[in-house]
Design a protein around this ligand. Structure first.
Ligand code: NDP
Length: 328
């Protein structure tokens, strides 16, 4: 066993610190599969972990990074052998289990999914936890039975990672997509992804009425707080909103009015511990339904060494679309 390069979060008397350094392979945590990480990505939660803004990291030292793709180096798991291409998202990796911003990871084979056919390891991380969560949101709306002929769909936090993938997926599925964004300069970008209308997020971010004009049949919300309350208040009767994020805040200052007077449903999305069957279905659908040319337009690439400076940027809402981290 040797050492490999990793970002490492430590906790000392002065608080949390972050360093790019050599990490001893012998110090990796238990797991039945060791992976040579080839790509990772940057999600909002990674920003929280890298900066210590909220207590995402619950074990020190920690290698942050909540998702990766890579090649199996060693496996005692019956489903994986050396050389297999795999993807991991969630399961507390980068939070309680040593994570993705490193050249090696050792994890439970039960947490992995095989790299979906039709995707490269790089494309899988261009999708990443954010894009996979966008697909879970789409699947929740499908399962609820709300479809494009019921009316438009709104996506909040549209220029971000979850939002960008959600816009592309929903447009491809035939929805009239209303993209809510706070960034003036991203209208053309969002239209290229398939948005039919752009809504200034200021319209949704301030406290509103318990019920408003019915504007959309469905929603995917990455923002939470007052924005989600306003999205619910303006959802058509029997519509549904999939809620996955908290970029504006964790609170939800709403009333029961949308639920009991319009039969609106709020569908909660948790990507971290999604069971394997649903996980694989989501990845299969991503490989089939996501326009890879659009994925390329929403993706930029950085090297592992550059990750340390990006935490602040994603929390400040300055990252557009998706960022792939090249680890090799
Ligand atoms: P990004 O930072 O890429 O996207 C968030 C977007 O939200 C921003 O781009 C911005 O979009 C908007 N936004 C940021 N700050 C505010 C604000 N104060 N008020 C209103 N809108 C704001 O993050 P991700 O796409 O990676 O993640 C989005 C959210 O989803 C996060 O809260 C994340 O924690 C959550 N998440 C949850 C998962 C789950 O399992 N439930 C899994 C993955 C993500 P714009 O500039 O276009 O307005």
């Amino acid at each position: 066993m040797g050492t490999f390069k990793a970002w490492v979060v430590e906790k000392g008397e002065a608080g949390q610190s972050l360093a790019f350094r050599d990490f001893d392979e012998a110090d990796l945590m238990d797991g039945d599969v060791t992976v040579r990480v080839t790509h990772s990505t940057l999600n909002y939660k990674d920003g929280l972990a890298l900066t210590g803004t909220s207590p995402v990291v619950r074990r020190f030292p920690m290698i942050p990074g909540i998702d990766f793709s890579g090649i199996v180096e060693r496996s005692d798991h019956p489903e994986y052998t050396t050389g297999d291409a795999v993807v991991l998202t969630g399961w507390g990796v980068g939070e309680t289990h040593l994570g993705a911003y490193a050249q090696r990871a050792r994890v439970k084979g039960d947490w992995l999914v095989p790299l979906p056919q039709g995707l490269t390891p790089e494309q899988a991380m261009a999708i990443g936890t954010a894009g996979y969560t966008a697909m879970l949101c789409c699947m929740a709306l499908d399962a609820h039975g709300v479809t494009p002929d019921h009316g438009p769909v709104i996506v909040t936090g549209a220029s971000g990672g979850v939002g960008s993938v959600a816009v592309a997926l929903l447009a491809r599925a035939g929805w009239h997509v209303i993209a809510s964004t706070g960034r003036d300069g991203e209208s053309d970008y969002l239209r290229r992804l398939g948005a039919a209308e752009i809504l200034d997020r200021a319209e949704l971010s301030k406290p509103g009425k318990p019920l408003g004009k019915e504007r959309w049949a469905a929603g995917i919300d990455a923002v939470g707080s007052t924005t989600l309350a306003n999205v619910l208040a303006q959802t058509r009767a029997d519509g549904a909103v999939a809620a996955c994020g908290l970029a504006q805040g964790m609170d939800l200052p709403t009333s029961v009015a949308p639920f009991i007077l319009r039969g609106v449903s709020l569908l909660g999305i948790n990507s971290v511990t999604t069971p394997q069957k649903k996980r694989r279905e989501a990845w299969t659908r991503l490989a089939r339904d996501l326009d890879l040319a659009k994925l390329a337009t929403m993706t930029s690439t950085v090297r592992l060494e550059e990750v340390g400076r990006l935490g602040e940027e994603i929390l400040a809402g300055k990252v557009r679309g998706r960022i792939v981290v090249e680890v090799a």
